[in-house]
Design a protein around this ligand. Structure first.
Ligand code: SF4
Length: 74
């Protein structure tokens, strides 16, 4: 599994992650991206897990987030 981290409070609501990886993020009522299936939260970060077959879309979200608050490891 890949490790996903998302610093949600800094999201500027550009929607990129929810468009490229809709199985992992959706835009909420506040206009912020919400990571699905959060397994852990610490301070400003929420953490999730990604399937290996989704690596390319998760990397696309990581690379495309204009403020760099998404990180994919593994
Ligand atoms: S790509 Fe980054 S700034 Fe844009 S909605 Fe997702 S988390 Fe927020």
């Amino acid at each position: 599994m890949l490790s996903i981290s998302h610093k949600r409070p800094e999201c500027i609501g550009c929607m990129l992650c929810a468009e490229v990886a809709p199985n992992y993020w959706e835009m909420d009522d506040e206009g912020l991206a919400q990571l699905h299936r959060v397994v852990r939260a610490h301070k400003h970060f929420e953490y999730g897990e990604g399937f290996e077959e989704d690596r390319s879309v998760l990397k696309e979200a990581e690379d495309g987030c204009p403020i760099g608050i998404i990180r994919i490891d593994g």
